[in-house]
Design a protein around this ligand. Structure first.
Ligand code: GH3
Ligand code: MG
Ligand code: MG
Ligand code: MG
Length: 312
């Protein structure tokens, strides 16, 4: 512990690598009753470009978890207020904290006690003294894994677009962001026309191919800041920040026109497919949660007006 942090050694090896990461900084919470030790860990991890908070008293962590949203907790085992493994069990009791990795960092070297801790809760165990680079690497690998997993789980397996729950969340988030910064965000609901017929006539695999083709077209044509979600089977929800509904409708209408020209192949036959869309934006004072409903109503209007069109 008395050994000074060798920043130049970090500089020469891992630090440069981590600093190059363009990802948002990893968020690390250290829970340890030994302030000197946790301060040192925090110093090392911050040097590697991570965001670190330290908590000495396990009884006070809940507000910290809610505010800081750590991705990993480095958890001491022996603490007078509450043993680490009990705390880990309590954390694991909360569904909304499920994605946080829990790694014990402890002086406990007895294999049975380590096993007992991990059987209660927690994902890994490293023993003190922990080398600076081991600490960084352990945290890095764990959080990278968690992010990869979260990213993959939030994506629809057929199209690679974000899933229903995630796009809904995105709508609320972007609506609120737009209002805070006095900007306008558009929300679009899009639905393939007479898709049942496509399936019934050409089969589900061909139907899947149509869905994927539209997904790819949306991905190619929309901006990086736009979010594209597969809302349901052949329904898509889009969030287009800093676009008025007129701008968004113009863009979507152009895509509609181009999509309708595509020739799909099913055996010897070729066919075309169209979609309808409803657009709204955040300029009117509707609740964030209702924005999608308004877009859906516009979509319904497009359907009843004859399909293959975009309505605001
Ligand atoms: P409308 O123009 O009114 O939207 O008519 P529609 O036939 O598209 O509407 P409806 O919602 O009745 O049918 C959607 C169909 O999409 C029903 C369902 O079998 C099909 N579907 C949903 N998910 C998938 C999928 O992942 N793959 C394929 N191939 N079909 C799907
Ligand atoms: Mg301790
Ligand atoms: Mg449809
Ligand atoms: Mg539908």
């Amino acid at each position: 512990l008395s050994k000074p942090v060798n920043f130049s050694a970090l500089e020469n090896s891992l630090e440069r690598y981590f600093r190059r990461q363009t990802d948002e900084p990893y968020r690390v919470l250290i829970i340890d009753d030994d302030r000197e030790l946790s301060t040192r860990y925090a110093l090392i991890l911050r040097a590697a470009g991570m965001m670190v908070e330290v908590q000495e008293n396990p009884a006070e962590i809940y507000p910290t978890l809610m505010r800081f949203h750590p991705e990993i907790i480095l958890l001491d085992v022996n603490m007078p207020e509450c043993p680490g493994p009990y705390l880990a069990q309590i954390i694991r009791f909360h569904d909304e904290l499920l994605q946080i990795a829990i790694v014990y960092v402890s002086g406990v070297v007895d294999a049975h006690r380590q096993m007992d801790a991990l059987l209660r809760a927690g994902d890994d165990f490293i023993t003190k003294p922990v080398g600076d680079q081991t600490l960084i690497t352990t945290v890095f690998a764990r959080v990278r894994r968690a992010r990869t997993l979260a990213n993959s789980l939030s994506r629809d397996s057929l199209t690679g677009l974000i899933t229903h729950a995630n796009i809904k969340e995105q709508v609320v988030l972007e609506t609120e962001r737009a209002r805070r910064f006095n900007k306008v965000t558009s929300v679009v609901m899009l639905d393939i026309d007479h898709f049942k017929r496509v399936n019934d006539t050409y089969g589900h695999l061909t139907g899947d191919n149509v869905i994927c083709t539209l997904a790819n077209m949306l991905r190619q044509r929309l901006r990086k800041i736009d979010s594209i979600g597969r809302y349901g089977g052949e329904e898509f929800a889009l969030v287009m920040p800093q676009s008025t509904s007129e701008d968004a409708a113009r863009v979507i209408d152009q895509i509609r026109e181009d999509f309708a020209k595509l020739q799909f192949q099913a055996g010897e036959e070729t066919f075309t497919v169209t979609f309808s869309a409803g657009v709204t934006d955040t300029s009117s004072p509707i609740e964030s949660k209702q924005v999608l409903e308004v877009a859906d109503r516009a979509l319904y209007a497009a359907k009843t007006a004859g399909r293959n069109q975009v309505k605001v």
